[in-house]
Design a binder for this molecule. Structure first.
Ligand code: NAD
Length: 485
């Protein structure tokens, strides 16, 4: 398809399509071909979007009563379900992920709107019994205009995760999707409009991070920022928030450990350990990327995992393989750099390069890889690779396992595999991470489960009821009371 024939997607500002002079090509990661073009927004469009959100908040949304907000959120959930297949196909085209994973993303996105549609009606403040002559209570109020900057790995899920509670709580939003995967964010805005969400409640400004993203984070009309992405950009966004004094949620990266004790249930653990690092080709913030395994079961477990890794089907997401490509040539080069270093520092048990086969060279594929004998001195042990690379390290005692688990600066999630309840409890309390799974591992775990990083994995919480409260602020009202004069 020539450049002029590619479908073009404009920004959505105050319910209108806004084209810009410049466009960004959207690339299909399975073959490196452009499939669409999106508007390249800059500070002008970001300003217009913030103004639109402010106007809608001041004139409509802050006066829209909770039952009506709830009804509208539920209608958005319905629209997402109706367009499940279209959303999934677009997400696969844009991100390269297997279509069945993209269908799950569409289902989860709908659940976010449904969950917060229900939860918002139970949101309320507290009464405070301070003195007999004073009645005091708190109100939970929306911030006003929220900025949402999201990454490319789970664009639809993360857009819904951050927008649904914000909108439900009474805020108006400006969303900046990632330049590598903006398509479902724009479709979400169209579906929200179809569901009768008032124009201006949700505005979408696609563009490059240094342009649209930086302009949005620094805009003085923003009352709150939610950023999901890399630690490096998170630092920049937090710097911008410091200058306008607004609260910021940072959902950053991870290097999550799976701790396997001698008495683990292999039948249950093996498939989940594989999924935890190969789902969306390991491009998952809470990927179980480090396997810390007791030395007594090390050989047996690594052999079982290697067998599964070698059997994984790799291919274009539309064919629904076990694993699709990485997002971009840049990301593949990055991952291959870690693999080259891993081959020098550790043992490559399986994988380690680019898969062979028809069409593999054009797309951004990497083999699912196990690196064994990775130590805390290696970069692969500490840094987020963001690819299908499992780093294995044996341990002898539980204390040693905790030290290894905590060696990175991240603290997003952890998995514990054991039949020993006491050990599981002890580890769950010891580990400084935001989510712990015992004999289970599902990245981020479900719409209802609060999710937020400890340490350098972030600040604040999204998902669950906690996620709704984060989009409100607390106002205290104290009233003098007493008998009439
Ligand atoms: P990224 O930080 O490069 O980009 C994220 C977003 O920030 C994009 O929209 C990008 O355009 C924008 N951006 C870039 N530069 C900017 C700037 N100067 N100012 C404002 N915005 C800017 O991250 P990515 O590569 O898209 O995503 C991968 C990262 O996201 C990984 O580290 C992953 O772990 C993390 N992630 C975290 C979670 C979580 O919930 N904790 C979820 C998914 C991904």
């Amino acid at each position: 398809m020539s450049e002029t024939e590619l479908p073009r997607h404009a920004a959505v500002i105050a319910g209108k399509s806004v084209a810009t002079g410049d466009w960004i090509d959207v690339i299909d990661p399975s073959n490196a071909r452009p499939v669409a073009r999106v508007a390249r927004c800059g500070s002008t469009e970001v300003h217009a979007a913030v103004e639109a959100a402010r106007h809608t908040h001041e004139t409509v949304w802050r006066f829209t009563e909770p039952p009506e907000r709830s009804r509208l959120c539920r209608r958005i959930a319905d629209a997402l379900r109706e367009e499940r297949e279209q959303l999934a196909r677009l997400e696969t085209l844009d991100t390269g992920k297997p279509i069945s994973q993209a269908r799950t993303d569409a289902d989860v996105a709908a659940r976010y709107f449904e969950f917060y549609a229900n939860a918002l009606e139970a949101l309320g403040g507290e009464t405070i019994q301070q003195r007999p002559d004073r009645l005091a209570f708190t109100l939970r109020e929306p911030y006003g205009v929220c900025a949402h900057i999201i990454p490319w790995n789970y664009p639809l899920q993360i857009a819904a995760r951050t927008l649904a509670p914000a909108i439900a709580a009474g805020n108006c939003c400006v969303l900046k999707p990632a330049e590598d995967a903006p398509l479902t964010s724009l479709l979400l805005a169209a579906l929200a409009e179809r569901a009768s969400l008032p124009a201006g409640v949700l505005n979408v400004v696609p563009g490059y991070g240094e342009e649209a993203g930086a302009a949005l984070a620094a805009h003085p009309g923003i009352d709150r920022i939610s950023f999901t992405g890399s630690r490096k950009v998170g630092e920049l966004v937090m710097g911008a928030a410091a200058r306008t004094i607004v609260p910021v949620t940072l959902e950053l990266g991870g290097k999550s450990a799976q701790l396997v004790l001698p008495d683990f249930d292999a039948e249950r653990a093996v498939p989940q350990l594989v999924d935890a690092i190969t789902e969306h080709a390991g491009q998952n913030c809470s990927a179980g990327s480090r396997l810390l395994v007791h030395r007594s079961v090390h050989d047996h477990l690594v052999a079982a995992l290697a067998e599964r890794f070698a059997a994984l089907r790799i291919g274009p997401g539309a064919d629904d393989p076990d694993m699709g490509p990485l997002i971009s040539a840049r990301q593949r080069a990055r991952v291959l750099g870690y693999l080259a270093e891993g081959a020098r520092d550790a043992e490559v048990v399986v994988g380690g390069g680019v898969p062979e086969g028809a069409g593999r060279a054009e797309g951004f594929y990497v083999e699912p890889t196990i690196l064994d004998g990775v130590t805390p001195q290696h970069r692969a042990f500490n840094e987020e690779i963001f690819g299908p690379v499992l780093c294995v390290t044996p341990f002898d005692t539980l204390d040693e396992a905790v030290v290894l688990a905590e060696h990175t600066t991240y603290g997003l999630a952890a998995g514990i595999w054991t039949s020993d309840v006491t050990a599981a409890h002890w580890l769950a309390q010891r580990l400084r991470v935001g989510q712990v799974f015992v004999n289970d591992y599902s990245a981020a775990g479900g719409v209802e489960l609060p999710f937020g990083g400890y340490r350098r994995s972030g600040i604040g919480v999204e998902k669950g009821l906690e996620g709704l409260r984060e989009y409100t602020r607390c106002k205290t009202v104290a009233m003098r009371s007493g008998p009439p004069a």
